[in-house]
Write a protein that binds this ligand. Structure first.
Ligand code: UD1
Length: 322
């Protein structure tokens, strides 16, 4: 039997490459579509060597619809994992139009192209940012309130509804997965190169001999710092595989997290422990605008719907970075 062939958009990105890695390990064939705006070809060089397989890379923008359509036809794509996106919350405030174009319009177009070309499976990378800044400390449930506070979160939230319309069509399969805070790496070659998130920022500071900064120590949490649900990127990849292999209809959206929260202080401590710099200075700064005190996933739906549970403890995720 010929293996299922999946197109991974944004497949040279931090999360996309981990998904490609997991799919190839599961016997699927993968084609990567990435503009290399943030993606790195070196990650694919690593994956090709690791698996000893050809992994085609199409270097093109997600808004180049003619190109995507010709790729889907050329490679006879069975399913699409759509991770290509702009993802910096702050930048989305400055460039909302671009965020809606790339994250919403391009998703909508990609779905139309999928429909025209008989692609039946679609898995969309969504985000906990759809929940915005909840006033409650309770874990977020998929059917609970959604109130994105950034164009980033809003563009992803609106894109989810396009995906839902697709997956609700009889004969189609898939879902939107709402990632919480993704950390870790399967290999040094696949590390997160972004400068947006807590762990890469802390590592960047330490590498330069600077002190990590905590944004806000007066939150109503046990240690006063924000709590998030940090999920290992390898678990995020496993969740995609579970969704791709599901034989029953999936819920239209599912949280992908661990169900456990960790504070900024705890994360910084884990990083310092991992590099034996426990006595390093840490700067306590003011709150960053728009940060909820706590944002954790209720993970029961992914477990009941596709048997998915996170596997990697936070300590292991942090250690995987060194
Ligand atoms: C992140 C992503 C968002 C994604 C969401 C999923 C960004 C900017 N945010 O949000 O796209 O949808 O996860 O849940 O990419 N912090 C510090 N010091 C620092 C950096 C961060 O104290 O130097 C704190 C923040 O205030 C926050 C926590 O660390 O409380 C996590 O921050 P961050 O990694 O930026 O993620 P989120 O804002 O939770």
């Amino acid at each position: 039997m010929t293996p299922e062939r999946w197109l991974v958009t944004g497949g040279a990105g931090y999360i996309g490459t981990h998904i490609a890695d997991e799919f190839i390990s599961n016997g699927k064939s993968v084609v990567i579509y990435d503009s290399l705006y943030q993606g790195l070809e070196s990650r694919l060089v690593y994956l090709r060597a690791k698996h000893g397989v050809e992994i085609p890379l199409i270097k093109a923008d997600i808004r180049d619809y003619n190109e995507i359509e010709s790729v889907i036809r050329k490679y006879k794509i069975d399913g699409i994992v759509h991770t290509a996106a702009l993802k910096a919350v702050g930048e989305s405030m400055e460039k909302p139009d671009e965020y809606f174009q790339v994250n919403l319009e391009a998703t909508s177009e990609l779905i139309e192209i999928a429909k025209r070309n008989g692609v039946k499976k679609f898995i969309f990378s969504s985000t906990a940012a759809v929940y915005g800044s909840p006033d409650t400390m309770e874990p977020c449930k998929e059917d609970g309130p959604k109130a994105p506070i950034s164009p980033y979160g809003d563009s992803k939230y609106q894109a989810e509804s396009k995906v839902t319309a697709f997956v609700d069509t009889p004969g189609n399969f898939g879902t939107s997965l709402r990632f919480f805070n993704v950390v870790g790496a399967a290999a040094p070659e696949l590390l997160d190169n972004s400068v947006e998130n807590l762990v890469p920022i802390v590592l960047g500071k330490l590498n330069k001999g600077e002190a990590p900064v905590i944004f806000g120590t007066d939150y109503p949490t046990p240690d006063g710092t924000c709590i998030r649900d940090y999920v290992d990127v390898r678990d995020v990849a496993r969740a995609h595989l579970a969704a791709a292999n599901a034989t029953t209809k999936l819920p239209p959206t599912m949280n992908i997290g661990t169900g456990r929260g960790a504070s900024v202080r705890e994360i910084i401590k884990l990083v310092l422990d991992a590099i034996n710099k426990t006595d390093s200075a840490v700067i306590e700064d003011a709150r960053r605008a728009g940060d909820p005190a706590s944002l954790c996933a209720d993970v029961s739906l992914a477990k009941s719907a596709m048997g998915f549970e996170s596997q990697y403890p936070l300590e292991a995720s942090i250690r995987s970075l060194f």
